[in-house]
Design a binder for this molecule. Structure first.
Ligand code: TMP
Length: 206
């Protein structure tokens, strides 16, 4: 068994990362590679229940509470889903991970990045994604892509200013960790993005 490969997908809401994740899954499965697809918040039964609270709670939730719940769900997710799949030698495709907490709760809502990084060390230990694909898109373009306002979750209803801060935080993190985080221009034709993803993934995980 190999050591597996852990790939995370990030971007502001509307950047198209989930569509690209589905495309990467097809690419790998067609090559006969065992893949686990999962997401955050979520991925375990407790995590999915926390997701429901985080995305759809009617009550106001403090940003610090949001961050702690994200990391609580993540602890379960790492132990029950991600680490076992990596130990089986699989490629794990995860729709969002800790970079989202740094970007949304840290950049967007102002929670101390130092505190989030200390939770990251506590919850993850040595575990980091082998590769993070960050899909970058201007906020105004992403907003147009988010469909029906009546079906939006708590985060999707945030202001443009919030999403500008989230994007800025993602880009800062990508500059700080260029060996792990690849910035993908999501404002181009899907075929161009697909080709780029195939090149990157082939060089890192295949
Ligand atoms: P999704 O729409 O990509 O499935 O993500 C759900 C929402 O949760 C999205 O608006 C971003 C938000 N989120 C955070 O705010 N912090 C986190 O740590 C994670 C994983 C997601």
């Amino acid at each position: 068994m190999g050591k597996g490969c852990f790939i995370t997908f990030e971007g502001i809401d509307g950047a198209g990362k989930s569509t690209q994740l589905a495309w990467v899954k097809e690419l790998l499965v067609n090559r006969g590679i065992a893949v686990t697809v999962t997401r955050e918040p979520g991925g375990t039964s407790l995590g999915e229940r926390l997701r429901e609270i985080l995305l759809h709670s009617e009550d106001a939730v403090l940003p610090e509470t949001e961050a702690l719940l994200m990391f609580a769900a993540r602890r379960e997710h790492i132990d029950k889903v991600i680490t076992p799949a990596l130990a089986r030698g699989e490629v794990v495709l995860c729709d969002r991970f800790t970079d989202a907490t740094i970007a949304y709760q840290g950049g967007g809502s102002g929670v101390s990045i130092a505190k989030l990084e200390s939770l990251e060390r506590w919850v993850q230990g040595d575990l980091q994604p082998d590769l993070t694909l960050y899909f970058d898109l201007p906020v105004e373009v992403a907003k147009e892509r988010i469909n029906d306002p009546r079906r939006q979750d708590r985060f999707e209803r945030e202001t443009d200013g919030f999403f500008e801060r989230v994007r800025f935080a993602y880009l800062a993190r990508a500059r700080a960790q260029p060996q792990r985080i690849r910035v993908i221009d999501a404002n181009v034709r899907p075929a161009v993005i697909n080709k780029k993803l195939e090149d990157i993934i082939s060089s890192i995980c295949l």
